[in-house]
Design a protein around this ligand. Structure first.
Ligand code: ADP
Ligand code: MG
Length: 295
């Protein structure tokens, strides 16, 4: 593109809070064929809230407050947004806290610690399976929560599954419109998430996204982007988190949500200052406009 076209494009972007870091970013925006979007914090608000606390009732005899106190003790040691939601919910209910020992963070899975002499495992189905724990009657409740778009966190005490906590993270108001506008631009949209398949599919359907890549471990997001680039397809990645940074770097165009982490913002080629998914199609349109002017 000519220097003038680049200046015009960059200026147009800046006016709308779409910061192109350089001329290549602007030109690449015009050629994007696939947009990969992180779920949590990008398509959703990234403000998870506890909606359900389910025990297995009579079987193990644990009460709901007891379950929350044990789980919150573990999650208090974690920095994961889901952990923060559980701690907040427990505090709001005025349940006093217990102390966790020998805390172990299991990335992409959950956390484990000892509380009041008991080993407490908190996390997704993969973690529970890895620990050789049977879900039993809780399996149906877990599936029901996931089927309605909740993230279902399972808790086990001393090797026995005792409860499921349902967490909801609402979609951003403009996510569905952003997806529709990207479709109009002829772009394929892929949701990429560490969350459960059923949960992700439910939210994707709600937003009109057709392709879902779920249960991706934090270290594997970049290789999923590389797979989508096969055959020379130009891929943009939109994300907010620390674990999105390698994928933002791998993509032809890394787009960071302005409210995201510093690492994501530093790694990206484009920053959306308003943290609005609608600015993704805006960025691609500005790129296309810039290329057209050069011809
Ligand atoms: P994402 O942010 O895309 O959901 P993560 O890799 O951070 O990806 O987490 C993947 C899944 O692992 C979460 O959806 C959750 O089920 C589980 N998980 C991770 N950390 C925790 C935690 N501290 N407590 C409970 N579950 C967790
Ligand atoms: Mg995220």
């Amino acid at each position: 593109a000519t220097p003038t076209a680049i200046m015009v494009g960059t200026g147009l972007g800046a006016k709308r809070g779409v910061l192109f870091k350089n001329a290549i970013a602007l030109e690449t925006s015009a050629r994007i064929q696939v947009v990969v979007m992180d779920k949590t914090g990008t398509l959703t608000k990234g403000e998870p809230e506890v909606t359900d606390v389910l025990t297995d009732g009579a079987e193990t005899g644990i009460s709901e407050p007891e379950l929350l106190r044990l789980v919150a003790a573990v999650e208090r040691e974690s920095e994961h947004p889901l952990a923060e939601a559980i701690v907040r919910h427990t505090d709001e209910r005025g349940l006093n806290s217990l102390r966790a020992e020998r805390f172990e963070n299991v990335p992409g899975h959950g956390a484990i610690a000892h509380v009041a002499g008991r080993r407490v495992v908190v996390g997704n189905r993969r973690l529970i399976e890895r620990e050789g724990i049977e879900l039993g009657s809780l399996a149906a409740r877990r599936d029901q929560l996931a089927g309605t778009g909740h993230t279902a966190i399972v808790a086990a005490i001393d090797g026995t599954a005792v409860g499921v906590i349902g967490i909801a993270d609402a979609a951003r108001d403009t996510s569905a419109t952003a997806v529709a506008e990207l479709h109009e631009l002829g772009v394929e949209i892929v949701m990429l998430t560490g969350d459960n398949q059923a949960t992700a599919e439910r939210i994707a359907r709600q937003l009109g996204i057709d392709t879902v890549i779920a249960e991706v471990l934090p270290g594997d997001k970049a290789s999923k982007v590389a797979e989508l680039q096969q055959g020379g397809r130009k891929v943009a990645m939109v994300g907010d988190g620390v674990n999105d940074a390698p994928a933002l770097a791998q993509a032809d165009l890394g787009i960071a949500i302005g409210a995201g982490t510093d690492v994501a913002i530093e790694t990206a080629d484009v920053v959306l200052m308003r943290s609005d998914p609608l600015d993704v199609p805006t960025a691609l349109r500005i790129g296309r406009g810039t290329l057209r002017k050069m011809r």
